[in-house]
Design a protein around this ligand. Structure first.
Ligand code: SF4
Length: 355
């Protein structure tokens, strides 16, 4: 039954905004079915600011769904099916999204969940066995439909019950994009989104930053990963320091400051927003603060230009208390602050699944 305040939709879609997700919605719409697209948002993916564009350009209703801490715990920290080439737990991630969509079905009176998956298109999550695992893990056998690959799969319950016309679904498979481009032309879609690549869990540099956070904090929240997205991230001796890249980055970092964070600020010169995150139960010792102050001061071009070779004062503030350190700015310090590199940390992925 539809909730009083929600519009009715026949189907809910997992919607990334990529071409396949758009096509899967349009295929159902072409059968006269109404579809609400669910756009999942996390620190790693999601562009909720495009909701208006999708509505205008493709005639698709989109609702952003923000993934919270539970996603981090159950999917990112301990994926049953493991990770892809970086920190991407794609099979578990898909299953989680389908489960969430299933939980939302009663609110819209929906009877179908669709995805834009195409058999054989992606090495990890779109193998036939992985797609079956998603359906099983999400307990969605009776509602899940892949409109673009339906004809190369066993008929789904949705088709058997006559909720959609199988003859008007598709049988795409493999990595080629030709069939999708032809279908897009047939459906009058002229604005083709650039190929996905939107998930930072599939990229090496961000994955290295996230992995360090996952290893350092027992129960990390979205805000810890968001911090990694907004600045240059350095680690030394288990401590994380984030330095603003530019004006916009500085503003975003400022909005992410927590009560227990250490804020590094040059007393007499402008400097980028610099945050030392103190993880629960792990306050920074004084020598670490001093070392970080030395490093942080090296990001002030004005201090380096106007006071070369001279000590500067760095104020370190936490929860209303400020301490000052007089330091010689330097990128080379005893603790050795460095950006995490995937080749150095990738082996630590194995430790996560046993947490
Ligand atoms: S690419 Fe990212 S968003 Fe997509 S299934 Fe994999 S982990 Fe999830």
């Amino acid at each position: 039954m539809t909730c009083k305040n929600e519009k009715h939709y026949d189907a809910l879609a997992l919607f990334s905004g990529g071409l396949d997700s758009i096509l899967s919605v349009k295929v159902l719409q072409a059968q006269g079915l109404s579809v609400l697209a669910l756009h999942f948002v996390s620190p790693f993916y999601g562009t909720p600011d495009k909701v208006g564009f999708w509505r205008r350009e493709y005639g698709i209703d989109v609702r952003p769904v923000v993934l919270e801490r539970d996603y981090l715990r159950t999917v990112l920290l301990s994926p049953k099916h493991g990770y892809g080439k970086c920190l991407n737990p794609c099979v578990d991630c898909h299953a989680y999204m389908v489960r969430m969509a299933k939980a939302l079905m009663p609110a819209y009176g929906a009877r179908i969940i669709i995805t834009g998956e195409v058999v054989g298109q992606r090495p990890m999550s779109q193998r036939r066995d992985a797609m079956n695992s998603v359906r099983k893990d999400a307990a969605a056998e009776d509602v899940l439909l892949r409109p673009l690959s339906a004809k190369v799969m066993e008929p789904s319950e949705v088709e058997k019950r006559g909720l959609v016309d199988r003859e008007r679904l598709y049988g795409f498979s493999g990595r080629s994009r030709v069939a999708q481009m032809e279908l897009a032309a047939e459906l009058g879609i002229t604005k083709i989104p650039t190929p996905a690549g939107g998930c930072m869990l599939t990229e090496i540099a961000p994955s290295a930053r996230y992995l360090k956070v996952l290893r350092a904090i027992a129960d990390p929240g979205p805000e810890d990963f968001e911090l990694c997205n907004q600045g240059r991230v350095y680690w030394a001796d288990g401590h994380m320091l984030v330095v603003g890249r530019n004006k916009i980055g500085n503003e975003r970092l400022r909005a992410l400051v927590q009560d227990t964070d250490l804020l590094f600020d040059l007393r007499d010169y402008p400097s980028p927003v610099t945050i030392g995150r103190q993880f629960p139960g792990k306050p920074w010792p004084e020598e670490v603060m001093r070392d970080a102050a030395t490093f942080a001061a090296s990001f002030s071009p004005k201090a380096l230009r106007e006071a070369p070779g001279q000590a500067v004062v760095v104020a370190v503030t936490c929860g209303g208390t400020t301490r000052e350190f007089s330091v010689l700015p330097s990128r080379v310090t005893p603790l050795g602050w460095a950006e995490p590199r995937w080749e150095d940390v990738r082996a630590e992925r194995k430790e996560l699944v046993t947490v």
